[in-house]
Design a protein around this ligand. Structure first.
Ligand code: S3P
Length: 369
């Protein structure tokens, strides 16, 4: 299995970023880079020297520059400094450029590890053991909100377990796709999917004039996934199965609760989607109905220009960054169809993580949001 080209390790001083990073890199046949080493090499002096001579804010500037120089590294595990994610927009940059992993180590273990190393660390020098503990607890508290923005949080620092957790993360994110489903020949059907080689979420479109359903089925032959999360009705109001018993000939409970269009108004599109589901099921692929508009509402995207002609989809990137498991090829999100495919993917990911909400009933049809 292909791992993402850049894996960033984050966490407090003493959380084992460098130690684990080296071992993990070896296991993956990756190179290892330590941001502090890169800064020292460039500056020709030690981190302590930089702090003493130029102060912390100068150091933070150098740290940001060193971070940005990792953008093109391929096959690297990169240990960041304990403070890296907490300055400038570094955390957002990290999420855009690789897989970020927070090593979540309890404060008492950090204190134990840092006591013997105190003199080497500019922020800890001169503190007595009590002060050291207070400093670590306070600083960690301030930094946790930044560390929690990492894609993955790992409390286990055994390299084989860390590798396994990352592998599982990749397997899960490649196991499904998000689809914005459009009319047959319009070229508006878009697929959002995870590409392990680049470590990015990417997009494809049915070519205009081609049968979108055939396009989807063919694409899925070369991209083995278990589930297609599709923005299209996959069932009809229950009255059609038990005539006379129910009164609503237009809406399912799910449509009413999320304010989606009626499957009956969508007509041919609903018929195609249900037929597609049956064909995919035969091929061993599950279909799951999702509703990007509902997710956009939950994320408050309507107030940030969602589907507004005056805004571009990439303008909304910051609102999705932390809910997706990998960076997005925003250059490929050229219109709202691709964006909705991404929201469909986000719903699939929420489902896997157990963070989703559902609308409707299993008998009539459930929408995952
Ligand atoms: C720092 C952590 C250090 C180093 C510098 C500042 C911090 O890196 O970048 O001393 O602010 O936590 P490590 O976490 O690799 O020790």
């Amino acid at each position: 299995m292909k791992f993402p080209p850049r894996i960033f390790l984050l966490g407090f001083m003493g959380s084992g970023k460098s130690h684990l990073g080296r071992l993990l890199a070896k296991r993956l046949n990756y190179a290892f880079s330590d941001l502090d080493d890169l800064i020292e090499q460039d500056a020709g002096m030690t981190i302590s020297g930089i702090f003493e001579r130029y102060g912390e804010s100068h150091f933070r500037g150098l740290e940001k520059e060193a971070l940005h120089r990792t953008a093109d590294l391929e096959g690297h595990v990169i240990a960041c400094g304990g403070g890296t994610p907490c300055f400038f927009d570094n955390m957002s940059w990290i999420r855009d450029h690789g897989l970020s992993v927070f090593l979540d180590v309890p404060p008492q273990l950090i204190v134990q590890r840092l006591l013997p190393e105190q003199s080497k660390r500019p922020l800890l020098r001169g503190l007595n053991p009590n002060e050291l503990e207070v400093f670590i607890r306070e600083r960690l508290e301030q930094r946790l909100p930044f560390y929690h923005k990492a894609a993955l949080r790992i409390a286990d620092t055994e390299p084989d377990r860390v590798e396994e957790t990352i592998r599982h993360w990749i397997t899960q994110s490649a196991s499904f796709v998000g689809v914005d489903y459009g009319s047959k020949l319009a070229g508006t059907t878009a697929i959002a999917y995870f590409e392990p080689e680049s470590g990015m979420l990417k997009f494809v479109r049915s070519p205009k004039g081609d049968d979108a359903d055939l396009f989807l089925q063919n694409w899925l032959k070369t991209h083995p996934v278990k589930t297609v999360c599709i923005d299209a009705p996959l069932s009809l109001p229950r009255v059609y199965r038990t005539p006379g018993q129910y009164g609503d000939y237009f809406y399912r409970e799910a449509d009413r609760s999320v304010k989606a269009m009626s499957p009956m108004f969508l007509g041919g599109l609903t018929a195609r989607a249900m037929q597609l589901q049956s064909r995919l099921t035969e091929a061993g692929i599950a279909c799951q109905e999702v509703y990007p508009g509902g997710l956009a509402r939950i994320f408050g995207l309507n107030t940030h220009g969602y589907k507004d002609k005056r805004s571009r989809p990439a303008d909304l990137r910051e609102h999705l960054q932390e809910v997706l498991p990998h960076p997005v090829r925003w250059d490929l999100v050229s219109d709202w169809h691709a964006f909705d495919a991404l929201l469909a993917y986000a719903s699939g990911w929420r489902f896997i993580q157990g963070n989703h909400v559902t609308a409707g009933t299993p008998e009539e049809g459930v929408i995952i949001i």
